[in-house]
Design a protein around this ligand. Structure first.
Ligand SMILES: C[S@@+](CC[C@H](N)C(=O)[O-])C[C@H]1O[C@@H](n2cnc3c(N)ncnc32)[C@H](O)[C@@H]1O
Length: 201
């Protein structure tokens, strides 16, 4: 495998088989309500993969809200598009986190579920996530594993073997540098959640 994108493209066809299970569904079902999303809000899911998070985000924002889902792996986007083709308030696009093609201040919240360790340029990606969030908008970085468990999970996984979450101090530094405030990090067995906010103008 040459690079991460090839790795995710090759993983796309079996992704739902591997990860769409009751335990993860229960975890996400309990996690998403803690994001405190409101009906009518616009949410961007970055690194959406096959869109495992989308139904839960949709439930939170309701029929008046909108979920936009992006991923840089063509195969992931193809599968995700097919799954959500008939849902009017979901759009799926091929985009890279480090170079997002949205107007500034487009979203009330950005979610990154299982994405952050894989970002090749975390500073550039966070700058983009801040740019597309509305003032007061939330950035939610989450995993169904702790940072230590992620290391073990990736250890034998080809080109992503070195992909880890930054230390708490480094994560805070990166987020502050990108303009985020109110950083709260939970890192415990079976759960990593990092919440932060773009300041009000
Ligand atoms: C571990 S998977 C998680 C997928 C999905 N969120 C889930 O939980 O099932 C990481 C995803 O992020 C995507 N990804 C990695 N780096 C990216 C980047 N720089 N920009 C956009 N997507 C990226 C991969 O293609 C992959 O689909």
């Amino acid at each position: 495998m040459k690079n991460r994108k090839d790795y995710f493209n090759a993983s796309a066809v079996t992704w739902d088989q591997r990860y769409q299970n009751r335990a993860l569904a229960d975890f996400i079902g309990q996690l998403v309500p803690t994001f405190n999303l409101k009906p009518g809000q616009r949410v961007l899911d970055v690194g959406t993969g096959t869109g495992i998070l989308i139904p839960y985000l949709l439930k939170a924002v309701g029929s008046t809200g909108h979920v936009t889902a992006v991923d840089y792996a063509e195969k992931m986007v193809e599968i995700c598009k097919a799954k959500y083709a008939n849902i009017p308030n979901v759009s799926v696009a091929l985009q890279q986190a480090e170079n997002l093609d949205f107007y500034p201040e487009s979203f009330d919240a950005v979610t990154c579920f299982g994405l952050f360790p894989h970002l090749e340029d975390k500073e550039a990606a966070l700058k983009q996530l801040n740019r597309v969030l509305k003032p007061g908008g939330k950035l939610i970085i989450a995993h169904a594993l702790s940072s230590e468990e992620i290391k073990a999970h990736h250890r034998n996984a080809s080109v992503v073997a070195q992909d880890t979450l930054p230390s708490e101090a480094e994560m805070r530094r990166l987020l502050k540098q990108a303009g985020f405030i109110g950083i709260k990090i939970t890192d415990e067995p079976g759960c990593y959640v990092c919440l932060s906010t773009k300041p009000q103008a």
